[in-house]
Design a binder for this molecule. Structure first.
Ligand SMILES: NC(=O)c1ccc[n+]([C@@H]2O[C@H](COP(=O)([O-])OP(=O)(O)OC[C@H]3O[C@@H](n4cnc5c(N)ncnc54)[C@H](O)[C@@H]3O)[C@@H](O)[C@H]2O)c1
Ligand SMILES: [Zn+2]
Length: 359
């Protein structure tokens, strides 16, 4: 088992990463001072797979447990679903000190986090992420949100959990697509801050795809450590946290132009390559590093070609998504693997050139 501390003064918390941790959740929650009742929020798939194990761990430690279920899918990240959950929490007599446990992927984590941040002006939140993406990214850092109309992830708060429990064993039931979505973010951490993690991915990608638990534990804990460090330095997203957007400027545009048919990790993979190509064009990133990135992305089961969509629509989508500063778009560019910087100097025409002349 590995522990990563997110250092945020009185809001600091630990991330526990290891195998079979669901079975120990009751004990771990007692250790940090909880007792009495609590509420689990989850979706039907995750409940079927892991609900009983978690519940048994909690009841055997003396907790009274209620489980609330929401349907699957991004559309559940809504004020409407949050509203239903407030009713159910009230009906279940959830009080200000009743912890709420988010058991599931990023959708459950963001929605439950939003509900925990707002119900009774805040009840304790425990993240129990069960997808690779949620373990390396969404459960850490306290961004909780729902969507509202065209405002994606924009109705929310910064609300830190009290504890994150990442049980590696839960990753065994993910589809290959869900695994590679999370891998895209892990590759991102290597490029932005940790060359050694990137090399580790190059060497171990086959073990990861074969769901080798000790390799997964290593990449989850190293990714979590990087996210924790970045968040600790810039909790409210005024500076350093920007680097976590590496690959996401073009990535978000691809997701939206494809009407979300291209998955997040696939879109970010292309976005990371696009930023790397831009950096190479600007004379910074070495061609060999670009090739290393392309190879690792391909071996992770992610695309290395721009998907078949109306590429001409990408530039307007990027402009729409991002603040434009004096005609230039803000971009996170790699200088080398393990080192990035934020550039305000990328012109739309250079982005266009890279995207339209991919081959
Ligand atoms: N808050 C943040 O900082 C942050 C960061 C990145 C992404 N996000 C959000 O995360 C969401 C995406 O999260 P996601 O990729 O985890 O998708 P998801 O939450 O939609 O989960 C994907 C699917 O996997 C299933 N699932 C979950 N765990 C499983 C398991 N162990 N075995 C089998 N199936 C399992 C779920 O039932 C669901 O159908 C988006 O809404 C995104 O906006 C938030
Ligand atoms: Zn992402």
């Amino acid at each position: 088992m590995k522990k990563v501390r997110v250092k945020l003064g009185i809001n600091s918390y630990d991330i526990h990463i290891g195998r079979g941790l669901l079975r120990q959740t009751g004990r771990r929650l007692k250790e940090i001072g909880f007792s009495d009742k609590l509420v689990i929020i989850t979706d039907p798939t995750v409940r079927r797979l892991y609900g009983t194990t978690l519940k048994e761990s909690l009841t055997s430690s003396g907790f009274k447990v209620a489980i609330l279920e929401v349907a699957e899918g991004e559309e559940q990240k809504s004020l409407e679903t949050a509203g239903q959950l407030y009713h159910e929490l009230t009906d279940g007599y959830a009080e200000r000190n009743t912890p709420v446990l988010a058991l599931g992927g990023g959708v459950i984590g963001d929605l439950t986090g939003f509900v925990a941040a707002t119900y009774l002006r805040g009840v304790p939140l425990i993240q129990i992420p069960t997808t690779l993406l949620a373990q390396v990214d969404s459960s850490i850092g306290g961004k909780v949100a729902v969507n509202h109309g065209s405002l994606k992830n924009k109705i929310g708060a910064f609300y830190q959990p009290r504890l994150v429990i990442s049980d590696i064993t839960t990753l065994e039931t993910l589809t290959a697509g869900e695994l590679s979505d999370g891998l895209a973010e892990t590759i991102k951490y290597g490029v932005i801050r940790d060359e050694a993690l990137f090399s580790y991915l190059e060497e171990n990608i086959d073990r990861i795809k074969a769901l080798d638990e000790s390799t997964l534990e290593t990449i989850v804990s190293r990714s979590a450590k990087i996210k924790a460090e970045v968040v600790a330095k810039d909790e409210r997203d005024f500076g350093l946290r920007n680097i976590l957007n590496y690959g996401h400027t073009v990535g978000h545009a691809i997701e939206s132009v494809s009407d979300f048919k291209v998955r997040h990790g696939e879109a970010v993979a292309i976005g990371m390559l696009a930023a790397a190509r831009i950096s190479n064009e600007l004379g910074m990133l070495d061609k060999n590093e670009l090739i290393r990135l392309k190879n690792v992305i391909g071996r992770a089961g992610l695309p290395t070609e721009v998907p078949d969509l109306q590429r001409a629509r990408l530039i307007p989508a990027i402009k729409h998504d991002k603040k434009i500063f004096q005609g230039k778009i803000r971009f996170v560019l790699p200088k080398s693997i393990g080192d990035v910087f934020v550039s305000e100097e990328v012109s739309p025409s250079l982005i266009e050139q890279v995207l339209l002349n991919w081959n």
